[in-house]
Each structure stands twice: as structure tokens, then as C-alpha cells.
Design a binder for this molecule. Structure first.
Ligand code: ZN
Length: 67
């Protein structure tokens, strides 16, 4: 456990229980958006297993386009 709320097992749970409309949706790319709950702490994350991505919010990121 890293203690920052971004362990793989926790993310799996968050993704499973967070619906699209309740998710953060910070964009990493046009194909990946944050699937953690809105207002989560720590890094943004998407994907499963070896495809897991984590990223910090970039001020230059475009606004949410997937509303
Ligand atoms: Zn996020």
C-alpha cells in the first residue's frame, strides 16, 4: 500500500463502484479519462491491470470534454 489512495486494489474497487456520471473524468487523452469518484484525493487514474494509468492534473489539460 502506498497510502496515497492509489493502490491498484483500491482503484479496482473505486472503478467498479463509480458510475460514469459520478466519476472525475479528468482527461488523460481522448481515450482515457479518470474513473475515480468525483472529488477524490491524489492522482487521477484509469485502466485496469497492465493498462493502468496514473497522472497528476495538468493545468493545460483541456476542460472536461466528455460531459
Ligand atoms: Zn480524477
Amino acid at each position: 500500500m502506498t497510502g496515497d489512495g492509489s493502490s491498484d486494489s483500491l482503484l479496482d474497487l473505486e472503478f467498479a463502484y463509480t458510475s460514469y456520471s459520478d466519476s472525475c473524468r479528468d482527461l488523460y487523452s481522448p481515450y482515457y479519462y479518470c474513473r475515480r469518484p468525483l472529488g477524490h484525493e491524489g492522482v487521477h487514474a484509469a485502466g485496469f491491470g497492465s493498462g493502468r494509468l496514473r497522472w497528476h492534473h495538468e493545468p493545460n489539460h483541456p476542460p472536461h470534454m466528455l460531459s
